[in-house]
Design a binder for this molecule. Sequence first.
Ligand code: SF4
Ligand code: SF4
Length: 235
Amino acid sequence: MEALKLGERKEGKLDLTPEMADVCYTCTTCSSGCPISGVVPGWDARKAIRSIAMGLEQEVVDSKFPWVCTLCGRCQYACPQGVQLQKTFRGLRSLRERDKVPGPLHKGTIMNYERGNNLGIPKFDFLFLLAELGVELMEEDEEQPCPGFYVPVDKENANIIVTINSKEPFGEPEDMAFWWKIFYAAKEDWTVSSVNWEGVNWGLFTGDDENMKIQVERVLENARRLKAKTILYPE
Ligand code: SF4
Ligand code: SF4
C-alpha cells in the first residue's frame, strides 16, 4: 500500500479543510452510534470523515458508503467536535457522476423532470386510477364504506394538498386509500394536483440540487395555483 503524503494532499470539493483532521480527534462517537456501521466493509463514518480530511475524497465518493448512509444525522448530532458529517455525506452523493448514481434514482429524477413523476405515469392513467379507486372506496369497501367519496383533483382553496409517491399508483394503489379514509373520517378539505404530483424527491436523495429545487418549486406552484393552505408530504 502506498504511504499517504499529507504535504501533497489533493484539494477536495467538499467543505472540509485539512484542519478538520485536527478538529476530529478520532473518538469514534459518530461510527459507534451509526445504524449502518459495518454494512459497507472497510467503511464507517469516522473513516469517511478522516479520509476526506486527508485528501482521499474521491475514494469515498467512489465507495458505496455515501449511498448506504441513511443521512439520518445521528453522527452529526453526537459529534463532540461539531463536524458536519451529515452535510458532508450528502455532498459526497453530489460528487458522484450522474451516470454512476446507483439503481434507478437518477433515471427517476430525470423522468420526474420530464414527465412530472419518477415513474413517468401518464396523466390520463393517473386520473383514471384515482377515479376508479375512489368509486371502489365509495361502493365496495364493506368494512369501512365511504358513501359519497371521490378524489378531489385540482380542487381550489382546499385546506390540504397531498403529494403522492409514484410507486403507489404504479404498484400499491391501495396505500393511497389509507390516507383517503382518514381524510373522509375527519371530513378534511383536501385535494391532489393532476400534474407534478410526485412526493418523493430523488433529487434530494441523489445530491442533485438543481432537480431537487425544481421539484420543490413545482409542488409549491401546485399549492399556489390551487390556493391550498397546507402541503402534505406523506413520504
Ligand atoms: S464523532 Fe466527530 S470527533 Fe469523533 S471521530 Fe467522529 S467526526 Fe471525529
Ligand atoms: S447520517 Fe449516515 S453515517 Fe451518520 S449516523 Fe446516519 S447513517 Fe450513519
